[in-house]
Design a protein around this ligand. Structure first.
Ligand SMILES: [Zn+2]
Length: 445
């Protein structure tokens, strides 16, 4: 569990690299990054004789990748294909399946491709981490290295996640596919007010954003800047010793105003107390984050409404190891309660999805969270789905091939050293990661 205050505050000096200054300048000018750089033009195929991509001001696709001889697993069904082949090229899956069905694509790309021998290994789609806070290229790279090729942001302090969301259009493998939240819709904005000139009207109440009009305004600015999800809260943070995570921050009416202003963008609601969670679910949020003290009545209501549950169980349990005695005690108290809630949610038909709450370079492997969910009662297949098909469906990207390797789907892939259908710890046994067609990790190389 990260103990950082996600709410706001300046970007640490060490993180103020040139790119962030550029993003900050764009933010202050009221421009998106996209308006400052040339439009992407993808070359049809890499051919080795091209001039450097940077000179042309656009990106080309990475060299094709052929993965062959591994066991392919379809997370939506658990169906297994032995001796499978996947051909990734031009940012897409060109072929996936057994040797016979992929022969033609293999022949087409063989000469230009990097071939990965995958015998004895397990081929999966890229993973999804449904709760991260990434603000730099380094954060993004660490997240990718654990196999999370698609992520949902739990907010950043200066719209860095919205900038990261644009990166894959121009350069493969530098950022996961980011569903950006922008600023945390939370009472204390502090210096985050300076992230956009349109937030200036909120300056006088920057430490106490509470009225429905203020909350709606911040939500709308986030959306206008390019946020595709909205992050808010119903309780304070558990990871800060001086905050009481059971105090009510926003009630049902306040949260409903945020959901309304989000205009269909999914709202993630950080919450801990039974009352707060009930209010958030009634307000129509898309997912409950953490949710330690959720009661059975609310779980039943979540199952009925299709509200997702992101318990961030690995992080909450990890608080028990904190050097701060208050947080350590909180971790010890919360972990078993949350594990029980995960089991109950699953039994009642709530879709549990995995999120690490990784913050900055403090990145947790998404496979470790899936493994924690399995220990709390999810089947091996559901643990696998919690980092693939389930969040892909929540984010509305399952048809693009996120969460499942399909012909013409996105070229995001993970190779595991052991079988995740036999033991969920295999989900942390990542040996190769391909993001947007680019190999971003290869332990065998
Ligand atoms: Zn968070």
């Amino acid at each position: 569990m990260c103990e950082h205050d996600h709410t706001s505050g300046p970007v640490p000096q060490s993180q103020l690299q040139r790119r962030h200054v550029l993003a900050g300048a764009a933010a202050l000018a009221g421009l998106g990054l996209a308006s400052m750089i040339p439009a992407p033009v993808h070359a049809a195929k890499t051919n080795g004789d091209s001039e450097p991509a940077a000179r042309r001001g656009n990106s080309t696709h990475p060299a094709p990748v052929i993965i062959e001889g591994g066991t392919l697993i379809d997370p939506t069904t658990g169906q297994v294909t032995e001796d499978a082949v996947v051909v990734l090229a031009e940012g897409k899956v060109q072929a996936v399946g057994d040797r016979a069905s992929t022969r033609r694509a293999v022949a087409e790309y063989r000469n230009s491709a990097t071939t990965i021998e995958a015998a004895g290994k397990f081929i999966l789609p890229g993973f999804v981490d449904a709760h991260v806070h990434a603000q730099t290229f380094e954060d993004a790279s660490l997240i990718l290295s654990h196999g999370a090729t698609t992520v949902r942001s739990g907010s950043t302090s200066f719209y860095q996640d919205i900038a990261l969301a644009q990166i894959p259009k121009y350069a493969a493998g530098l950022s996961p596919r980011m569903h950006a939240a922008g600023l945390f819709v939370s009472p204390d904005q502090s210096d985050s007010i300076l992230a956009d000139p349109d937030l200036a009207p909120l300056a006088s109440s920057r430490h106490q954003l509470t009225t429905v009009s203020e909350l709606a305004h911040l939500t709308k600015v986030n959306i206008s800047r390019g946020a595709t999800v909205i992050k808010t809260r119903a309780n304070p943070r558990a990871g800060l010793a001086d905050q009481d995570p059971l105090e009510l921050v926003y009630d049902r009416d306040q949260l409903a105003a945020i959901v309304h202003a989000a205009k269909g963008a999914g709202v993630l609601c950080h919450s801990y107390s039974a009352k707060a969670i009930a209010g958030a679910v009634a307000a129509g949020v898309q997912s409950i984050e953490h949710g330690v003290f959720v009661d059975e009545k609310t779980l039943a209501s979540m199952a009925g409404k299709g509200t997702y549950f992101t318990p961030t169980l690995f992080g909450i349990s990890g608080m028990a190891q904190s050097s701060d005695p208050v947080l350590a005690e909180r971790g010890r108290e919360y972990a078993p309660i949350l594990a029980k809630a995960v089991g109950a949610a699953d039994e009642l038909g709530v879709t549990v999805i995995a999120g690490t709450d990784s913050f900055g370079t403090d990145v947790t492997a998404i496979g470790d969270e899936a493994n924690s969910l399995a220990k709390a009662g999810l089947s091996q297949l559901k643990a696998l789905q919690s980092i693939t098909s389930a969040p892909a469906r929540m984010l509305g990207v399952h048809k693009q091939g996120v969460g499942r390797l399909v012909h013409r789907g996105v070229a995001d892939l993970v190779l595991l050293g052991s079988n995740p259908l036999e033991r969920s710890t295999a989900l942390s046994d990542v040996q190769l990661v391909v993001a947007q067609g680019a190999i971003v990790r290869n332990d065998a190389a």
